[in-house]
Design a protein. Structure first.
Length: 337
């Protein structure tokens, strides 16, 4: 194994609750390309290397194997439960009254935990699709976002936090328009919000809005997700790691362009959650947060390469009558019905 990184030297982010979390984590979505065994093995290696934040989800279909790894790491004394920040998410088919607690109970059983550190609402609507489906799949029962339905789910999230089963609660795949409708109705506002964030998709309006509200952004697809499922690949997608300005900065630092994407993310202030099963990659991902920062000029250059290129478009969640994936994202500032 590569030389371990001391978790103490990895920069931290402070949540509005006062809790501090690592500035980078490891995702566990195998993108339909890697087995649960490969993903869980990488998690074990990452714990040993110094990672302390892991982003899980029920729909990834690997929480039971990852739970075995957590149990093993605790048993071997590599890390204590309190040293890890473990997240998971309620899937779209578990939004109804009473379902969120059931979803979390299964996640806790699979992960072999007594509590989760942050539990997210994975998508803001109950539009279900089967794991591994193709991009043309549609569920006839899918429907537009509903404030009332979302708050039914969120009130359950607040309850599991009060019960001590989740120390924090969060949202994911939201828009400014949706947040403006639901945040005033929340008794407990989200501590974190997951969103797609990479140099070619910086979401400045949503990012800035979350920061203004005291909500910590967590960025998925931080290097442009080259191994994302084929259903999420469309003509015209831009590969961040091939953008000339970014490549030039990588050459100046003598690192892979993916490393520059992560340095940018950390220095901007979000918490990137890159995924890799390869030790050299996940080791490099963590180490890069502790050394050789980008200059102000380089950060300014990277701020200028935003192409508004969304990669995870979510078209499988479209409802009958919706025109295109853009209807999911409220592009004109109003919630699409």
């Amino acid at each position: 194994m590569k030389e371990r990184i001391d978790p103490a030297i990895v920069p931290k982010r402070k949540l509005y609750t006062g809790e501090e979390i690592p500035c980078i984590g490891m995702g566990t979505f195998g993108s339909d390309r890697f087995t649960a065994e490969q993903v869980s093995s990488a998690v074990y290696g990452a714990i040993r290397y110094g990672y302390r934040l892991f982003d899980c989800a029920a729909v990834y279909q690997n929480e039971d194997q990852i739970g075995n790894v957590f149990e093993k790491a605790f048993r071997e004394g590599i890390v204590t439960r309190e040293e890890l920040h473990i997240t998971s998410k309620v899937w779209n088919d578990m939004h109804e009254q009473g379902d969120v607690l059931l979803s979390l109970a299964k996640t806790l059983k699979d992960l072999k935990l007594d509590y989760i550190d942050t539990f997210f609402v994975h998508w803001p609507f109950p539009n279900y699709h089967a794991p591994g489906c193709d991009g043309d799949s549609r569920n006839p029962n899918s429907r537009p976002f509903s404030v009332e339905e979302f708050m039914t789910t969120w009130k359950q999230m607040e309850q599991i936090q009060k019960m001590g089963l989740s120390r924090n609660i969060g949202m994911s795949n939201m828009t400014v328009a949706k947040l403006k409708k639901v945040l005033p109705l929340c008794e407990v506002k989200p501590a974190l919000i997951e969103m797609e964030l990479h140099p070619c998709f910086q979401q400045p309006e949503l990012y800035d809005y979350c920061v203004e509200q005291g909500i910590q952004p967590v960025g998925f697809c931080p290097i442009g997700s080259p191994t994302r499922p084929n259903r999420d690949k469309t003509e015209g997608d831009i590969a961040d790691i091939q953008v000339p300005e970014l490549v030039e900065i990588a050459k100046a630092h003598d690192v892979h362009p993916a490393v520059i994407c992560l340095k940018w993310a950390v220095q901007r202030g979000q918490v990137p959650i890159p995924f890799s099963i390869h030790e050299n990659e996940y080791a490099s991902n963590l180490k890069c947060t502790t050394e050789d920062p980008l200059s102000e000029e380089e950060m300014k250059t990277l701020a200028g390469i935003d192409k508004n290129c969304r990669l995870i478009k979510g078209q499988v969640f479209l409802w009958p009558g919706a025109k295109s994936w853009e209807d999911l994202w409220d592009l004109d500032g109003t919630i699409t019905k």
